[in-house]
Ligand binder design. Structure first.
Ligand code: NAD
Length: 486
């Protein structure tokens, strides 16, 4: 177990939902592992006026349910001993004094500024930190999504942060990249010889990436209505997952080797014409229906949402990659709210055998399939066809659990834990580089523009279903169907 170098982490937005649900629990878990030296500090900053003791009481009460069995009073006290709280208005330069004084005690230290506030503050915060002389060469900034609304606004915000931090100091977080099964997919692809020869158009029929949520707006209707599923999920998380599946083997695991390969994938995505948007994308909006057996309201009835909103709460696209490896292999991406289950998975469908010697009926039309599951469980399974025991030559699918959860009994790291540690250590591999982000915006913009220009509304789907019927049609036109084995 390697301990972390001494660090000061400034958590802007320290009282917010993300800090309480993910960031503070991730830091607690790291304290519990013994990796965080007693000298390291977590400096939470937020708007609310309160003392350090009040903040810690609030944090303990709020974080505890998220820690579950990992909570114990002794570790909490050790964690709390590293925490301080700074009430401030990040927009006002004069309110940085106490934070500056605290940071000034250890000028040589690694500083991680975590921007867990609304992105509209990111430019001002960077300018104020710069003006207060708080950004050293050993400083890093971690920025949450959404970084912009389109290509232009993402450039503006990146320029503003870039005036004060060099690109190597900017950690754009996409927590899907920190998930264990995604890491394991990299290990599977680049740590074995078995998959590489198969990982191409000759053997892969199609790839499906699904990130489905059961929740609706949960009070975030106002934000969501200005954003929609394409900007909120597909432009970042789903495209990053696509990159991990599709990228060429990098020359090493250093950050730019990996990020260069992801960028090449993004740049090879076939651009959408106006006609493509009509045939290769589907947008949907949920109507009243059910979630977890309870009746739920339509999207337009959620608080903060316009009564005649045309915002999509579901999107499915057929993406194509113009490279020798992937030409002709469709990558189907879909994400939505108010789906039947919380499900995040990548499905690689291999081609059927060229000639079924046991007969079509014995084979049941089954082909090999690799499923990397991030939600609700974390797993990686390879489906093979095997013979059913008995006299007849009847075949059935069986799956190999490639996760070896039984072999590795260590506690699994939460994505945020891994990413926070990487930010402290200065490891950029799992963070998104500016050019990647801009390439992703460039690819989705024609979809946004075409939707905006069109008179059409998103297609309706019932809350608790897998989206509009057109989403199934998107695949059935190629003789395919969404994976339903979960
Ligand atoms: P939140 O509204 O719950 O919390 C916002 C925090 O910012 C609070 O601590 C508040 O005190 C602080 N704040 C607001 N105005 C301030 C000011 N003027 N000066 C100082 N502090 C101020 O937000 P959240 O849900 O925690 O999200 C934080 C960021 O993370 C946002 O950029 C959001 O888009 C992003 N994000 C959140 C989630 C999530 O699950 N909550 C997921 C992905 C990304």
């Amino acid at each position: 177990m390697k301990s972390l170098p001494d660090f000061d982490m400034v958590l802007f937005g320290g009282t917010g939902d993300l800090a309480m649900r993910k960031l503070l629990p991730a830091l607690y878990q790291q304290v519990k592992t013994g990796r965080v030296n007693p000298a390291s500090r977590i400096l939470a900053a937020a708007r609310r006026e309160m003392s350090k003791a009040e903040f810690l009481a609030l944090a303990e009460a709020t974080c505890r349910p998220f820690l579950g069995e990992a909570y114990d009073a002794e570790t909490w006290n050790a964690f709390a001993a590293r925490v301080d709280y700074f009430p401030m208005d990040v927009r006002k330069p004069e309110s940085y004094g106490p934070l500056a004084a605290a940071l000034g005690v250890h000028p040589e230290r690694i500083r991680v500024f975590y921007y867990s506030t609304a992105p509209e503050f990111f430019a001002t915060m960077s300018a104020n930190l710069g003006a207060a002389g708080l950004i050293s060469t050993r400083s890093r900034v971690v920025v949450e999504k959404p970084l912009g609304h389109d290509l232009d606004s993402s450039r503006t915000i990146n320029d503003a942060i870039g005036e004060h931090f060099a690109e190597r100091q900017i950690f754009r977080i996409d927590h899907y990249l920190g998930k264990e099964p995604v890491q394991n997919l990299l290990a599977l692809r680049f740590g074995n010889v078995l998959f590489e020869p198969l990982w191409r158009r000759e053997w892969v029929q199609d790839v499906q990436i699904t990130v489905a949520e059961q929740l609706g707006m949960e009070g975030r209707g106002d934000f969501y209505d200005r954003t929609g599923a394409l900007r909120d999920m597909l432009q970042n998380h789903l495209l990053q997952l696509l990159c991990i599946v599709a990228m060429e083997p990098p020359t090493g695991s250093d950050p730019d080797a990996v990020r260069d390969e992801k960028l090449k994938v993004l740049r090879s995505l076939k651009p959408f014409t106006a006609a493509d948007v009509a045939t290769k994308t589907v947008r949907g909006q949920y109507q009243a229906g059910a979630a977890a057996g309870m009746p739920v309201a339509a999207y337009v009835e959620e608080s903060g949402v316009d009564a005649d909103s045309r915002t999509e709460t579901f999107v499915a696209v057929k993406a194509e990659i113009d490279t020798w490896r992937w030409a002709g292999v469709p990558f189907f991406l879909r994400t939505g709210k108010r789906m039947p289950d919380k499900l995040a998975e990548i499905v690689i469908n291999f081609r059927p055998v060229p000639h079924p010697i046991f007969g079509e009926s014995a084979h049941g039309g089954r082909a090999n399939r690799l499923i990397i599951r991030m939600q609700p469980d974390e797993s990686m399974r390879l489906y093979l066809v095997a013979k059913q025991p008995g006299e007849a030559m009847a075949l059935q699918p069986v799956n190999l659990n490639l996760d070896f959860a039984e072999s590795f009994r260590d506690r699994r790291l939460e994505a945020y834990e891994r990413l926070l540690m990487d930010a402290i250590r200065g490891k950029l591999t799992l963070f998104v580089r500016r050019d990647e982000q801009e390439a992703a915006w460039r690819w989705v913009e024609p979809i946004l523009d075409q939707w905006e220009a069109s008179e059409d509304r998103p297609r309706n789907y019932t809350a608790g279903s897998w989206g509009p019927a057109a989403s199934s049609a998107l695949l059935s036109r190629d003789g395919l169907a969404w994976n339903e084995e979960y």
